[in-house]
Design a protein around this ligand. Sequence first.
Ligand code: PLP
Length: 537
Amino acid sequence: MHILSSSGSTPCQVDDFNIHVENFLELLKEGIHSIESKQSSGPRFKVENFFYEELIDSYHFPLDGASDKETMADLSQIIEGSIRPQSNNAVYNMVPQPLPETQAAASLMLLYNVNSIMDTYGGKSLLFEQLIARFIGKLVGWDKAFGTSCSGGKVTLLYAIKSAISRICPTYINQGVTQDLVILTSEGAHYSIEHVCEFLGLGRQSVVRIPISSSNGLSNSDLTDAFLTQIKNGKRVAAIIACGGTTLDFVCDNTETIFSTVEEIVKNHHLDYTPYLHLDSVIGWLWFSLIHDAQDFFDRFETPQKVIGKLKQVTDKFSSIHRFDSLGVDFHKNALCPYSSSFFITNEAQFPKQKSHLAYGDLVAFTHTIENSRSAAGIASAWAALNSLGLNGLRNYLCQLLESAQKLKECFDEQENIAVLNHSSCGWEVIFNFKSSHDLVDIYSANGLHEGFYQFITSKVQKGQDIPSISIITNFRRHYGSELGHGFIYYNMRTKLNSDECETIIGEILKLIVEYENEVRMGYFLIENVSFIDPIK
Ligand SMILES: *Cc1c(COP(=O)(O)O)cnc(C)c1O
């Protein structure tokens, strides 16, 4: 046997894989033990502040290597400061505690070191990838959907815009991108679109953001105006990236509005191209599960009317999704999968065309993926989620999250000093604000007090305290021209919250507000020192 390090780690030999597996499981347990012994509660692992350059500069890997156990013990520091989704108080963003089977599935792909670059290396992972894509495709009426597993929603946007450029400008493949292309999207769409366009050589300025006045997204007239302005400027609209639900306020375009507006412009202006239509449904895809046969499901599971109303508002907007070219799915956001498990799904099969019947062994991914080596973990976990939840499991998960939100909002609203700001949202996030005490408002601004509260909460959470990791959205709905001031976000990911649990949650928040205001009064917490950065949502 090879002795790699003086501390005795050895590479695995073929015939001692059983020993390897035992070792692997042992080390996993060791790692879990080290991490869990740090902390057993709180929405974030405790972390001390540090300066990057200082730590990086003084760090040394052990010259002779360390034992595997020491390695696991030292590695456990990596978790410090991260979100603990297993905590009920982890309400910072859409970060669920994944199902054990999805985590086991991803871990197995690591254990067996599967590379989804092509059939030869990937086992049947490329087949499983297409099983997932076809399932999602069928939900929206795409019979021959084709999917690409990738490392995040941002990469689904990259694939979408790349597909759009290839369609409108086929010479792009060899000669690069022309200067006359623009991408239309709304003010509410994800902030990464500009960055994606930068990567693709279109440049950030190719993104034209169209204002919206509500979470219902783009209007026919605003989209038309924006499109015609681009035509007048000699530009071609390569793609429209429609919102299919966002983290906050669930901004969702109407697919029929987008499709028919575009169709009309193409016809009336005799355009020799049709813009590529992508739905950024990395969150909203879960609603696809209720496009068909929803009523049977609602009847069988006695879904509350209010929840049904919210669900229908969304599924109605997806009525023309079958006319879109592609969509995105983030299984790590709302399908109980670990990071990262995203799919870019197109509405027609894009199997390599050389052969009429692709047989096992023929399929390659690297000809169309941004990665060459490609982990199978995302595919395995997405498959495990779909297999263990089933369609009704997905539907139930969605309904139960919305039911929790409904209960929470009602409970928040019963409080005198608290107001829910996002009753109209179709998502399950709860956004609220509170009235600060008069004596403090006389000294500090309302926004200043709210920013201070966010900072107050954040520093407690960072110290490992077990309180809700509430975050802030500055000037909520400013995109729509509203002036609601700052809102606090309680991003609940617990299903089936009952009234008692809601009472406990609000009680804790009220207690924190009182504590905060007292500390401000006593001068223990200084609003003047609050340095404020908008959290990324
Ligand atoms: C989260 C999100 C993205 C980015 O997805 P990642 O998985 O973080 O890369 C894109 N669009 C929307 C609407 C999102 O919510």
